[in-house]
Design a protein around this ligand. Structure first.
Ligand code: SF4
Length: 484
């Protein structure tokens, strides 16, 4: 850290784009480019450029009243002693804080859940491939790339890697929800035809993603496609340290976020502790998630950001902003990326919490050494782990709705964006008689919302949204449509 300039990593997704955050004397933030960053060479997407809006500082609270961090930690210790506790940490913070959180879990006799329920549905021999895929450089040397994500909207800095591959002769096939300009072919085909129709072989790369609301059947289908075609595969993830937290918490619990919310609704989970993980932002239906959280006896939030869950929490333990933390992140390809910040408020708070609960004391340096020993030695020079599992049984295919979330960094943090429209094709415009500049009404069991629309080349009948909508109850929802 030089003066008030912090070298850090964008928390928008698991690409791990490096940047500088400049903090002036009044606390106002500005973003500067970091040309030396290995993942992005200084480039940032719209989310990265708007990061100054993202870092809303959390305030420590006890029972709705502002409190010192020490009082919040003491109140949390009192609530947690002897309680049956569920812990959630999806990877929106450093490796070192994630490790400290897992040591608090040890003191409580529980585990940290990463919210990625999909892992529990996959054979363990597939986990390394899902956790750390090929390097980003390897995308550039592929002969053929099959895209199962929309890189422009979902993981924007992937675009330059794909364009670099195209420049030296790669062909790109998109199997997403809408036509992509960078694709040579856009295919909307039956998933059973992927193997025979996509032209993939051992020189090819499949790019898909996993996140807390992913259908496990879909991930199995992607793994089967890689197995059968010998293509390499890369699973992108939406959280800056999703890879690190998965490796640190491996074997200690992979309860999905939906499973946790079901447990709260059924009354089997009464105390929830979160680390920079907001269920209201993470669940497809924010209102339903907020209603679920009211059923808890104790909601304890450890966070650097002022998200919606903070307002519902019994206790908030506020930590320093992500850019100011001492610590490291592991990006999607297994590279360790270090923050230049030196603050350890979060770690010190969790150390006190751990000791109050009968657990061990922690300090940053020990945690950092532990991270280096336990995960970095294996992954700083990532090597693609060939899939060794058998072809997987996909199980029943999930019923899909016609309104589909195109998850992206703005959605994961429920942050406002310019994408205040849904995407439909021209056939729907004509069929509904949508007027230019008019709106489309979407109605589900959860109500009606009127939205502006944009025309895209995409399959008939679908409506895509890159913004959370109050009518959506899952990542796909059945809605009826009419012109307004
Ligand atoms: S691609 Fe991901 S990590 Fe990079 S700037 Fe955009 S949101 Fe941030």
């Amino acid at each position: 850290m030089i003066g008030n300039v912090y070298q850090t990593v964008c928390p928008g997704c698991n690409m791990g784009c490096g940047l500088y955050i400049r903090e002036d004397e009044e606390g106002a933030l500005a973003v500067d480019f970091m040309k030396s960053s290995p993942a992005n060479l200084g480039k940032l997407c719209r989310f990265g450029m708007k990061l100054a809006h993202h870092y809303s500082k959390a305030t420590s609270m006890v029972d709705g009243k502002e409190a010192s961090v020490e009082d919040a930690v003491k109140a949390a210790s009192d609530k947690l002693k002897g309680a049956d506790v569920t812990m959630l940490g999806v990877g929106n913070t450093t490796n070192e804080e994630s490790l400290a959180f897992s040591k608090v879990a040890d003191a409580l006799g529980t585990v940290v859940n990463t919210g990625m329920g999909v892992y529990s549905e996959l054979p363990t021999e597939c986990h390394p491939t899902v956790g750390v895929g090929i390097t980003l450089d390897e995308i550039e040397s592929a002969n053929r790339i099959a895209l199962f994500v929309d890189p422009y909207i979902q993981y924007p800095l992937l675009v330059r890697r794909i364009l670099a591959a195209k420049k030296i002769g790669a062909s790109v096939v998109s199997v997403g929800w809408k036509d992509l300009h960078l694709a040579d072919e856009n295919r909307y085909i039956d998933p059973d035809l992927y193997e025979s129709e996509l032209g993939l072989d051992s020189e090819s790369v499949i790019i898909a993603d996993v996140h807390p609301n992913t259908d496990p059947g879909w991930v199995k289908r992607m793994l089967n496609l890689a197995l059968k075609t010998q293509a390499k595969i890369l699973f992108m993830k939406p959280f800056v340290n999703a890879t690190g937290v998965d490796l640190l918490c491996k074997g200690t619990g992979q309860k999905g976020i939906s499973e946790i919310m079901d447990g709260i609704n059924e009354g089997s989970i009464k105390t929830l502790v979160t680390l920079n993980s907001d269920p209201i932002e993470l669940m497809p239906d924010s209102d339903a998630a907020a209603a679920t959280l009211t059923k808890l006896d104790n909601l304890i939030v450890i966070s650097s950001r002022d998200g919606p869950v903070n307002k519902m929490a019994d206790i908030v333990i506020a930590t320093e902003p992500l850019y100011a933390k001492a610590g490291s992140f592991m990006n999607v390809e297994g590279l360790l990326l270090n923050n230049s910040g030196e603050s350890t408020t979060g770690i010190d708070s969790m150390s006190t919490l751990s000791q109050n609960l009968g657990g061990e004391a922690m300090d940053y340096q020990n945690l950092h050494n532990n991270v280096l020993e336990s995960i970095v030695q294996k992954y700083t020079k990532p090597k693609y782990k060939e899939l060794t599992c058998e072809v997987l049984d996909i199980g029943p295919v999930e019923e899909k709705g016609n309104l589909i979330y195109l998850y992206n960094p703005f959605m994961w943090f429920d942050q406002s964006d310019d994408n205040d429209f849904v995407m439909v094709n021209m056939n729907m415009v004509n069929k509904l008689g949508l007027s230019k500049g008019g709106m489309i009404a979407l109605t589900s069991d959860a109500g009606t919302v009127n939205m502006r629309y944009r025309v895209e080349d995409m399959p008939d009948g679908l409506i895509l949204t890159a913004k959370k909508l109050p009518v959506a109850t899952e990542w796909t929802t059945i809605v009826s449509t009419e012109a307004v």
